[in-house]
Design a protein around this ligand. Structure first.
Ligand code: PAF
Length: 280
């Protein structure tokens, strides 16, 4: 496994591999890796000759400098984990390497980046699109892997790839959960042991709500989920919406479309967690 810090060196190395006819799989990350990332890497290693993992905490996608500063950074642990998973290249650039000049690009994703997370994290997905488009242009992967926990991010990346007419195949990988049901996330490291027990209610309540769709409308289920989670001391739901899985617009009936998901953001103390569940 090689650890590469510059774009020039990364491109050189990947050119060599490509000349040898090797396919390249790519897993972009912000580090603080967990089993969810491990799953993305496992898929990439299985499906490609070479796997590149980037570790870069992207400042342009944080709209809160406190969140950026508190984002967990565990490079040595990450390197060990990636080596064990048979990663070929870790790309861990500096901010200057990625943004030698400020990135002024503004993407237009229509309403896709205005709903759900977009309502609460202005500019977040523009920052994600900036960094991922740059990383794609450096790595030029055949396939790139993203977790379905970041449901809206996956939709935005697919849209960006269409808009920029990129050749990369985007692959979504199902959420990996703790035994308690908590969706794996780097932010979980900021939870105390007691908080980890509290937040396990998120998946339990979401899961229970999927059994109610024959009896109740999306609106009633939305209110029940929010009410139940907000009644648990320590939890505060920022939003919960039952949406069309493609447009991410709220649905009012279960038969309005083929694919329906519930997407949620919940605060436990200072830690903001997101999750989602499929209804149909
Ligand atoms: O999902 C993440 O960790 C980040 O948003 C990504 C895709 C690595 C871009 O910084």
């Amino acid at each position: 496994m090689e650890i590469i810090k510059t774009v020039a060196e990364l491109k050189d190395r990947l050119n060599d591999y490509r000349k040898g006819g090797k396919s390249v799989g790519f897993v972009p990350t912000m580090g603080a890796l967990h089993k969810g990332h491990g799953e993305l890497v496992n898929y990439s290693v299985k499906e490609n000759d070479i796997t590149v993992v980037s570790i870069f905490v992207n400042p342009t996608q944080f709209n809160n400098s406190n969140d950026l500063n508190l984002y967990p950074r565990t490079p040595e642990r990450d390197y060990d984990l990636l080596e064990a998973l048979r990663t070929d290249i870790i790309f861990t650039p500096s901010v200057n390497e990625i943004y030698p000049v400020p990135d002024k690009r503004v993407f237009d994703f229509g309403r896709l980046d205005k709903v759900l997370e977009g309502e609460y994290r202005a500019g977040h997905f523009n920052g994600v699109a900036q960094v991922v488009s740059k990383l794609f242009s450096f790595v030029m992967p055949d396939k790139a892997y993203f977790g379905e926990k970041d449901f809206q991010q996956l939709a935005i990346i697919r849209q960006m790839v269409k808009q920029l007419d990129l050749k990369v195949e985007i692959i979504g990988i199902p959420i990996v959960r703790e035994e308690s049901g908590l969706a794996m996330s780097s932010r979980n490291q900021r939870l105390t042991e007691d908080e980890k027990v509290t937040v396990s209610a998120i998946y339990r309540v979401l899961k229970e709500s999927t059994y109610m769709i024959n009896e109740y409308s999306p609106e009633i289920i939305t209110n029940r989920v929010v009410g139940e989670l907000n009644s648990i001391p320590g939890l505060h739901v920022e939003y919960f919406s039952i949406v069309n899985g493609d447009s991410l617009e709220t649905v009012s009936t279960w038969d309005s479309t083929e694919s329906i998901f519930g997407c949620i953001a919940v605060y436990c103390g200072e830690v903001r967690l997101i999750d989602n569940i499929r209804y149909k």
